[in-house]
Design a protein. Sequence first.
Length: 319
Amino acid sequence: MPVAIITGITGQDGSYLAENLLSKGYQVVGMVRRSSTVTMERLEKIQDDIIITQGDLHDQSSMVSLLEEFKPDEVYNLAAQSFVPTSWSQPLLTAEVTALGVTRLLEAIRQVNSKIKYYQASSSEMFGKVVDVPQQESTPFYPRSPYGVAKVYGHWITVNYRESFDIFATSGILFNHESPRRGLEFVTRKISNTVAKIKKGTVKELRLGNLEAQRDWGFAGDYVEAMWKMMQHSVPDNFVIGTGETHSVREFCELAFGYVGLNYMDYVVQDPRFYRPAEVDLLISDPTKAKVELGWEASTSFKNLVEMMVESDLQHLSK
Ligand code: NAP
Ligand code: GDD
């Protein structure tokens, strides 16, 4: 039975990846940071099938112990301070976890067993103020937030450990991916959740920032399969993962409100509080390499994604 360690297992992607790997016959070990409140909500259904153990990307010794104890074949590093606005209010914490945390984990692998395969959760946020449209693996980075800068560091240190120490270290450059399990602060879930509340009559408006920002939005459940495929590839590499389509926040609102028979213009209020000091205006992927080399393609349409999220929030509120 192959063993996989997932950091960030309590997050959106961690929960989908854990389910995916369990279905493939892996023993799944999740690293969670110590907290006074348990944050296992997304793992409820599979809690008895996985091993949860404590560790923190701040603390290298915890990762060394983890690797020594569980002897994984594969490590998926999904843990990060992942919310872009927080990276301006907590830039040093973001750098510690999202950037240096990657080196700590790679160092732990180098020390314990350099044959362990490593997956780095890199991000389209690295393309920032894009210099090419669409963005592919060779597109230069121009990050626009401390989070984006930290992810660029994480990406390059992954490449560097691959080239310096011959570690199977792969970097998945994933474009935005969403789901009913998305954190409530991200724009898609903020919209789907508020639309459901407006429909139920408990909330009257939705306050948002920049409605014109465009993103390449896919479904997280599809994207974790791409992570696994990258780890089974013959060589470690960098892969762009996305749908190849882009849509604005405004379009997301239009579809989400439309799904419950409402017009978004009657409810959306633009609020300067949600604008960013520097914006990423347009992201759109060219996922050709993933299709050709991994045989991976996104399979959930934008419309289906929006409807899935609103429907799930409606059902959640009904309960
Ligand atoms: P998420 O829901 O915010 O989950 C982040 C995870 O990291 C949580 O499990 C969190 O644990 C954990 N974490 C945070 N700080 C930690 C620390 N110091 N030590 C150990 N664990 C820590 O993020 P996601 O959307 O699933 O994304 C997964 C990864 O992919 C992240 O690295 C993100 O930056 C990257 N990414 C995401 C997207 C996307 O669109 N979703 C796109 C590109 C890249 P708690 O539960 O304790 O907070
Ligand atoms: N969060 C949020 N809240 N975003 C808003 C709002 C709002 O009220 N109003 C407009 N937006 C716009 C943001 O300005 C941004 O342009 C866009 O909606 C998407 O914001 P988020 O959903 O917060 O995601 P993100 O693109 O900044 O970052 C996500 O995707 C990255 C990949 O490109 C995160 O998951 C990152 O961790 C990930 O790396």
